[in-house]
Design a protein around this ligand. Structure first.
Ligand SMILES: [Mn+2]
Length: 246
């Protein structure tokens, strides 16, 4: 994999292009411009889109500017990898062959130089998430996906907008985050014991990095409250906060 590798998650590109959303995208595209200068790989660790469900013949117009930006990144030689999240699991041929170099639908292990990475979006990882793990199985099954794809896009995206409006963007309570940190560190420790050097997770919107024994756990931040990314320069992994006017 080409270095440096930039790991970014939970951008949640929205279906409604209001002023706030446009500003958010400009902030993200400034980072893309920086990545174009360094080259390397941009690795999206899930929930790049607030909703993504691909039809065989239709693509959502709300993401048109992102597609163009992604294509120009690739033309400049930047590789794009995408490990899907709970909001954008339903990729198809267009995302997998036209936009990204590589799409992953499960947790993934990669080796760059001599370092081993364990990559996960992170949803369903917490010990108490039993209900969610069941739901995850159902909505990723063909029995769900096939009938959903028969819905007219205007209807299915209306449903998606409604679900998205009911809000995922509240910050979690400090008590919740405390429990999340404990569980993620436990998961990371297991991977480090098994020879991994780094674990990278999205989904929990923390924007924090932890050193555990010899390993590093990066829990990426979202692009609402804590725009950040982790970067592996070929030797070490670091978390960088992205300033609004950078
Ligand atoms: Mn998520």
């Amino acid at each position: 994999m080409k270095t440096p590798v930039y790991f970014i998650s939970d951008i949640h590109l929205k279906l409604s292009l209001d002023k706030k959303e446009k500003e958010r995208r400009e902030m993200l595209y400034r980072l893309f411009d920086k990545i174009m200068e360094t080259g390397g790989t941009c690795f999206f660790v899930g929930d790049l889109f607030d909703f993504y469900f691909e039809y065989p013949d239709v693509i959502p117009k709300a993401y048109a500017d992102f597609y163009l930006k992604a294509m120009s990144l690739r033309r400049k030689g930047v590789d794009l990898h995408f490990l899907v999240g709970n909001h954008d699991y339903w990729t198809g041929e267009f995302m997998e062959h036209e936009i990204m170099d590589m799409v992953y639908h499960t947790d993934t292990q990669i080796k760059i130089n001599d370092k081993k990475f364990y990559l996960t979006h992170g949803d369903g990882l917490l010990s108490w998430d039993h209900g969610y793990r069941l739901l995850k199985k159902v909505i990723r099954s063909n029995t769900f996906i096939r009938p959903f794809s028969w819905l007219h896009p205007t209807i299915s995206y209306k449903i998606a907008r409604f679900i998205s409006r009911s809000g995922h963007y509240h910050t979690h309570s400090e008590d919740f985050n405390k429990d999340v940190r404990i569980e993620l560190k436990q998961a990371a420790k297991k991977h480090f014991d098994n020879g991994f050097d780094y674990m990278i997770s999205g989904h929990y919107h923390l924007g924090e990095m932890f050193t555990i024994n010899e390993g590093k756990l990066a829990v990426l931040g979202d692009w609402f409250f804590r725009p950040s990314y982790a970067v592996y320069d070929g030797e070490d992994l670091n978390m960088i906060l992205w300033e609004k006017d950078e």
